[in-house]
Ligand binder design. Structure first.
Ligand code: NI
Length: 164
């Protein structure tokens, strides 16, 4: 089911999300809705559960059709994701459905190791880099109540989005 995406300053977006304790029907429904809602937004490469109003540590990422992606795991839904290692740093432009009027330049690790669980309970652990690493870092930030505005390198690195 496609859900409404919350926008800043909704308080849910600033609240740390709760770990998923059980992959029961409710958590699986949130996972499915996250994927549906991500797919419903053109050029959306990631979404986190708090953005659809669920305080749960769950993210969806899919950079496979994005021209900037050098690495891609395809469509990912990760429960309780954590970054276990970071290397390098690079600046890049990011947007967010919860901040529809801006983009910002954000410094992120170039390469990451990350792990979590798939909705079927399988453990997941992998490495990624570049744009996909950026997307994973952005979505995990959402689980900690951190938005693009908090990460922008400086106020000068926040830009009004030109209507398309
Ligand atoms: Ni976002």
């Amino acid at each position: 089911m496609i859900r409404r995406v919350l926008t800043f300053p909704d308080p849910m977006l600033k609240q740390p999300a709760v770990p998923v304790r059980e992959l029961g029907a409710e958590a699986l429904a949130v996972a499915a809705d996250l994927l549906d809602t991500m797919a419903a937004h053109d050029r959306c490469v990631g979404l986190a559960a708090p953005q659809i109003g669920e305080s749960l540590r769950m993210i969806a990422v899919d950079v496979s059709s994005h021209p900037r992606a050098q690495a891609s795991h395809g469509r990912l839904l990760i429960v309780n994701p954590v970054i276990t290692a970071r290397a390098g740093a690079e600046m890049g432009r990011e947007g967010c459905l919860s901040l529809p009027d801006i983009t910002a330049n954000v410094r992120r690790a170039k390469r990451i190791a990350f792990r979590g669980m798939f909705p079927d309970g399988t453990l997941f652990e992998s490495l990624t880099l570049g744009f996909e690493a950026r997307a994973v870092q952005h979505e995990i930030d959402h689980l900690d109540g951190i938005l693009l505005l908090d990460r922008a390198a400086s106020p000068k690195e926040i830009f009004a989005r030109v209507p398309r």
